[in-house]
Ligand binder design. Sequence first.
Ligand code: HPA
Length: 234
Amino acid sequence: MPTPHISANVGDFAETVIMPGDPLRAKFIADNYLTNVKQVTEVRNMFGYTGEYKGKRISVMGSGMGIPSMSIYATELYRDYGVESIIRVGSCGSIRDDIQLEDIVVAMGASTDSNVNRQRLNNYDFAAIANYELLEKVMSTAKRLGKTPKVGNVFSADLFYVPEFEVFATLEKYGILAVEMEAAGLYGVAAELGKKALCLLTVSDHIKTGEKMSAADRQLKFGEMIEVTLESIL
Ligand code: HPA
């Protein structure tokens, strides 16, 4: 029974789906980390694959950019395909001196300027948080692999091109680690449907200093985050 945005059959997705924003990154993960891979959806070129990592069945699919795109795919995966856990693997911009390019950030919570969770909760504040079980597994796996991710609150922005840069100073003051564009939406959908979600990010650019990771470094550092994520699922 395909949904409007996913052409897979029920049962085609594993219990856990890893979601980069870019569908070609999903293809990269499937090609380079999974075995026995089958492409399960291609609607709008938002590719999804199911395969195995060290014998464990895992899916990977693009989310697109921004909370609306992520929310559509996460809802259909959880609600219609029986997916239990979604782990976003994305990039983010740092807004503070103690978070540098290449750092891995794990979003324990996600603040936002989006209205989506207020729409869900009668206009109340909602603390959009990660699933603790997934968070704990990722952190213990990271430690085993010699990585030290920064864990805390991120900011899921609706605008990539922000007109008022002063806002980042306020976010920094309140302890926000980095800015991205999907986590608060994913965590809201997971809460609504009683499912699990987590978001890992690699710092690809620094909003304060203007530094950016090279394309080659992006691929390399993205790979390290993928390894932590995949190992945590075993
Ligand atoms: N803003 C929002 N999302 C991002 C950024 C950013 O600066 N960098 C990577 N993802």
